[in-house]
Design a protein around this ligand. Sequence first.
Ligand code: SF4
Length: 384
Amino acid sequence: MKYVDEFRDPEKAKALIDAIHAKVSEIERRVLAEGRTFKPLQLMEFCGGHTHTLFKYGIESLLPDGIEMVHGPGCPVCVLPMGRVDDCINIASLPNVILTTFGDAMRVPGSKGSLLDAKTAGYDIRMVYSPLDALALAKQNPTREVVFFALGFETTMPSTALTVKQAQREGITNFSLFCNHITTAPTIEAVLNEPGLHLDGFLAPGHVSMVLGTEPFQFIARDYGKPIVITGFEPLDVLQSLLMTVTQIAEGRCEVENQYSRVVQDAGNYSGLAAMADVYQACNVTELRGLGEIGEAGVRVSDKYAQWDAERKFSLVHKKVMEPEACQCGEVIKGLIKPWQCKLYGKNCTPQHPIGALMVSSEGACAAYFNHGFRVPDDSSAVK
Ligand code: SF4
């Protein structure tokens, strides 16, 4: 298939893997020659899409021992705190409301069960493929209130913003947004400031960068001295980006490089950025799974579009909800442990019966490990 097969070419993949091995060996030799101890390079793929690619194509097992992939928090469903799911159920319980959202969000457990459970219990909760579907539902049901539960990073933010603008243009007032979007750069900064987590480089999210461009990632190279490569989602994209990252490390460089230049432009997407600037205003995120409160990482509906803000329309008050005690989603999100090191992995928590959000989404690290056959070995100390 044009534009897919050429990014899955086995010969090219092998050449890239060989080059990565050679580059990491070069780094190791130099470190040892300087009398230092070589520790595996800790490289974080921020985006759950990359985690999925690493496992779907078996890339992680082909990397040298000198690279350890750390799976980051870039999966919108995974960082969603339980309290927001409870908020959705509370909205859906209001008279005359239809609550809509994407399929992944339907299965995330809240303290009273998931949205799917609430739907089974009789609430009018519907899965949609885009916010425009929710707007169409509002037009078809003028006597009801249709709320779209919006979540995700900058990849999905423009489409939500454009939907609100369309609602305003068409004068549709029975549609509103429960806005839970999060912004990428402050989330990465929170990871970089996490005590106990040392990272040597990043693969940056390709889809988010398509909207944002390259500028918002400059602080990672400039202020934190970490190489970062904007990365596409096919196996050769990921391998090429890994090679670019270890090459920066070998050459002592810290730069933002753009591997995904066939999609990502330095300036980003002007229309998407303009819609976001118009419809949203920055706000503190009071609660992000695993990362807690991280300053102005969130957005809310701006005053100009207050009429389409579900939080104002229904006077919502967020409540914090404690995660189940044994759940270690937060530590996995912060890269402090691997999914299989969670006590619940594969036993109490599976994709069929998820306890934590990371086992729900196909982009979640736990689901990626589990769905691609990773089981906890008898001697777990033998696992890379
Ligand atoms: S196995 Fe389940 S509870 Fe444990 S970290 Fe993964 S999703 Fe969370």
